[in-house]
Design a protein around this ligand. Structure first.
Ligand SMILES: [Cu+2]
Length: 222
């Protein structure tokens, strides 16, 4: 599982956002409760130190790759961009993170122009060799330099899975490559409905809470 990292990101987004049991069954692997993928300490392409906790409140779509990747990474990023577009305003609840496994060539500037070309909301993350190793290990990502015929040139083998971390910061899904693109639209539609239901529920709760506060405040006065 080292060459392609194409996956149906929409499925991930939906599953991560649909934080209720009534949601549809997703084909991605539910890895809720695993003891890895709990932290991430890297720098984003604007130079800001980033931790997984920074993204609480958003579903995080996380994958590891490198900008010289000839096919897999650009395909995945393009798919992610498409998924965000299809989410419309709900895309504000999603953060796509692209962690480079090739920090030697993927400098901050390279990452910045690469990821934002797909979607300006994407964040590229990088670290030094040690930090990269730690991040990859934490998420069980394999990567290795593969020298090519031209002197000094190389490609990177890397694991192809994409992860989804839920808005509470818990690693929830592992999505393997080659997920069916056909699922994209219908699942996005489902997501839209579920988000709406959740929002209505929250609105209702907020109203009830406000009424209760008013009631208590009223009592205090007498
Ligand atoms: Cu790649």
């Amino acid at each position: 599982m080292t060459t392609t990292c194409r996956s149906s990101l929409a499925a991930l987004l939906i599953a991560a956002l649909a934080a209720c049991n009534a949601g549809p069954a997703f084909r991605s692997t539910d890895i809720t409760g695993v003891d890895y993928g709990r932290s991430l300490d890297l720098t984003d392409h604007t130079g800001r130190p980033r931790h997984l906790a920074d993204f609480r409140g958003k579903a995080v779509v996380l994958f590891f790759g490198y900008t010289h990747c000839p096919d897999v990474c650009p395909t995945t990023l393009a798919e992610a961009a498409q998924a965000l577009k299809a989410l419309g305003p709900d895309a504000d609840r999603v953060q796509v993170l692209f962690v480079t496994v090739d920090p030697e060539r993927d400098t901050r500037d390279v990452l910045a122009s690469y990821v934002t070309a797909f979607d300006p909301r994407f964040l590229g993350l990088y670290g030094d060799a040690e930090a990269t190793k730690r991040a990859a290990k934490e998420f069980k990502i394999y990567y290795e330099k593969r020298p090519e015929s031209a002197p000094g040139s190389y490609s990177m083998d890397h694991s192809s899975q994409t992860y989804v971390v839920d808005p509470q910061g818990r690693l929830r899904l592992l999505v393997r490559q080659d997920r069916i693109d056909d699922e994209l639209r219908p699942q996005l539609a489902m997501l839209g409905e579920q988000v709406q239901v959740l929002e209505e529920r929250l609105d209702k709760r907020a109203t009830l809470l406000n009424e209760r506060i008013d009631e208590l405040a009223g009592r205090e006065r007498f």
